[in-house]
Design a protein around this ligand. Structure first.
Ligand SMILES: [Cu+2]
Length: 299
């Protein structure tokens, strides 16, 4: 009997410990939900990355739509040229025609391309307007490019302004992605419109999020806006795509998109941990030169 009691107590203790560990983990990392889906480039990838936003859905659609029109035009013009080269070659067409005008055919070759341009320009303009409509966002983040890291300032959360550095190769942890993972990712709630005020603290940078369809210059002294809406919890990556100096390749963008409750929980953690992180005294990245030469030596 005594033995059973001891076993029972032991089982309860194990359960309590398990629950405690589970809660401790959730409490420690409110962005854990973003680990379930990782939208990152992979080897031999073709086409665009998997879409992570309605804007990217529309870009993807327009690209394929225009590609079909282009294919039709290339096939038609190619076939016409092949026919003309065969049928009217010097050997087969000894006495060339002197006809230089044909009103009907000239009207056709102006009207048809005009119609093709019209059916392309209408969805193109719609997409441009859609992309430019950053009205009524749930929140706005000021994104500042620096040589060579990003700074995220949450306008709706007083004091929440932190820097985001790439994790150097020698500090990668299991689960990190080389050259894409960062120390402090940009955390956003899913299903809400997020506006970006994009600027730079020094030179031109590029705020480029391929899977979300966002690509804007970060220009010193001015603010360029964009926006996104991420329906699915996950981790999304981007990179600076404007040559901005020695460590241009070392300023990736990592976004953790999590449910609203997790986002609100993360804000509390971030406010406690990220205070006064604007000017890092000891950035996690290796010094530029060492980082760069380490890379060169690895090849
Ligand atoms: Cu840059």
């Amino acid at each position: 009997m005594k033995r059973f009691a001891v076993l029972g107590l032991g089982a309860v203790a194990v359960m309590v410990l398990a629950v405690h560990v589970a809660f401790a983990q959730t409490a420690a990392d409110p962005t854990a939900a973003a680990d379930a889906y990782v939208n990152a480039p992979h080897n031999w990838q073709m086409w665009f990355p998997a879409s992570g936003s309605p804007m990217m859905d529309k870009i993807d659609w327009l690209m394929k739509y225009v590609l079909w029109w282009m294919t039709a035009v290339v096939v038609f013009v190619g076939a016409l040229m092949a026919y003309v080269m065969f049928r009217f070659s010097a050997g087969r067409n000894k006495v060339p025609s002197h006809v230089t005008h044909n009103t009907l055919i000239e009207v056709i070759w102006i009207v048809i391309p005009t119609l093709i341009l019209a059916v392309i320009i209408i969805p193109s303009l719609n997409l441009i307007w859609y992309e430019g409509d950053d009205s009524n966002p749930y929140m706005t983040v000021t994104v500042t490019g620096h040589q060579w890291y990003w700074e995220y300032n949450y306008q709706s959360v007083a004091g929440l302004d932190y820097t985001s550095y790439m994790i150097p190769d020698d500090k990668l942890q299991p689960g990190d992605i080389r050259r894409l993972s960062v120390d402090h990712p940009l955390v956003l709630p899913i299903g809400e419109k997020i506006k970006f005020d994009i600027t730079s603290g020094d030179v031109l940078h590029g705020f480029y999020l391929p899977s979300l369809g966002v690509q804007k210059y970060a220009i010193p002294g001015t603010i360029v806006t964009s926006w996104t809406l991420i329906p699915k919890a996950g981790t999304y990556y981007g990179q600076c795509n404007q040559i901005c100096g020695l460590n241009h390749d070392a300023m990736p963008i990592e976004i953790k998109a999590v449910p609203m409750a997790d986002y609100l929980a993360w804000i509390k953690v971030a406010q406690a941990n990220y205070t006064d992180n604007t000017v890092p005294t000891a950035p996690i990245s290796s010094p530029p030169a060492a980082n760069q030469f380490a890379d060169a030596a690895a090849h």
